[in-house]
Ligand binder design. Structure first.
Ligand code: SF4
Length: 267
């Protein structure tokens, strides 16, 4: 069976949600403008490193959603996001703090690690390159709010960065945050992940994989206000038996490739 960080983090957030998504095939509809814009922006960044016109790539990619019925966050619109994106790309080029030696090999890098019981873990690293001349694993993020920089050391607890460090064995990691706000801003944040953190993360992955394979899918509903994870969970309609919520948020894809491993589990 092959695991990914998305799978493991979904299981850790709520095992029942994992079961809905990966066993029953209930996937969230891809209608969130911010998510789709993030993907288009990453393609524009790739174009920049290939020496192509990144703004034109952004308009071409994001242009495919111009008339789509997307869910925009408060204050967002197709035009506003396009202009913020171009502004951020210009800022990124002007800063010139990231270098990627070979964009063909060092962008969207697939890395695999083997786990016990013939399992694998697969991850896609956004980029391997240099930030201010330090070689590191790089994660791109597009968001509407700044990444918190206080208290000091917080970034070293970011699970995605720990995962990247564990899967590559590299201690230096960075996140480049493209903040879409009134005046767009880019944060270049760097941290080191310790060997102990990598080992602990490896143990967490192995323990989670064995719970999944043992078929443990109890719900973690998190019902105490205000930390109610159910409110933002795309599977809320299934837990509440609310058909209109299911119809608005989810699409069912039985036979999706995610389900292939079930044969092994059941066999
Ligand atoms: S609504 Fe709550 S209990 Fe149900 S799957 Fe989502 S997080 Fe888990």
């Amino acid at each position: 069976m092959t695991f990914s960080h998305t799978q493991i983090s979904q299981y850790l957030r709520c095992p029942r949600s994992y079961r809905y998504r990966y066993l029953d095939g209930w996937q969230e509809k891809e209608t969130k403008a911010s998510l789709l814009f993030g993907r288009c922006f990453e393609r524009a960044l790739a174009a920049y490193f290939f020496g192509e016109d990144s703004a034109a790539t952004l308009f071409k990619e994001w242009g495919t959603y111009r008339d789509a019925n997307l869910e925009y966050s408060k204050g967002d619109s197709w035009d506003r996001m396009a202009h913020q994106g171009v502004h951020l790309l210009e800022l990124f080029a002007r800063d010139d703090r990231i270098s990627i030696r070979d964009p063909r090999k060092d962008l969207q890098v697939k890395v695999t690690r083997s786990l016990p019981n013939d399992n694998d873990f697969v991850g896609y690293i956004d980029a391997l390159g240099q930030l201010d001349k330090t070689h590191c694993v790089i994660d791109w993020k597009t968001t509407t709010s700044r990444y918190p920089e206080e208290p000091a050391g917080l970034l070293a607890l970011d699970p995605q960065l720990i995962c990247y460090s564990w899967i590559t064995g590299l201690s230096e990691v960075a996140v480049v945050v493209f903040v879409r706000k009134q005046t767009p801003e880019i944060q270049y944040l760097k941290t080191s992940i310790s060997e102990e953190q990598r080992q602990e993360f490896g143990r967490l992955i192995e323990a989670t994989a064995s719970q999944i394979q043992a078929g443990e899918f109890l719900p973690h509903s998190g019902i105490r206000f205000p930390q109610n994870g159910c409110v933002s969970c795309s599977h809320l309609g299934l837990c509440l038996g609310d058909q209109s919520l299911i119809d608005s948020k989810l699409i069912r894809r039985p036979g999706a490739s995610d389900l292939d491993w079930l044969d092994q589990l059941e066999g």
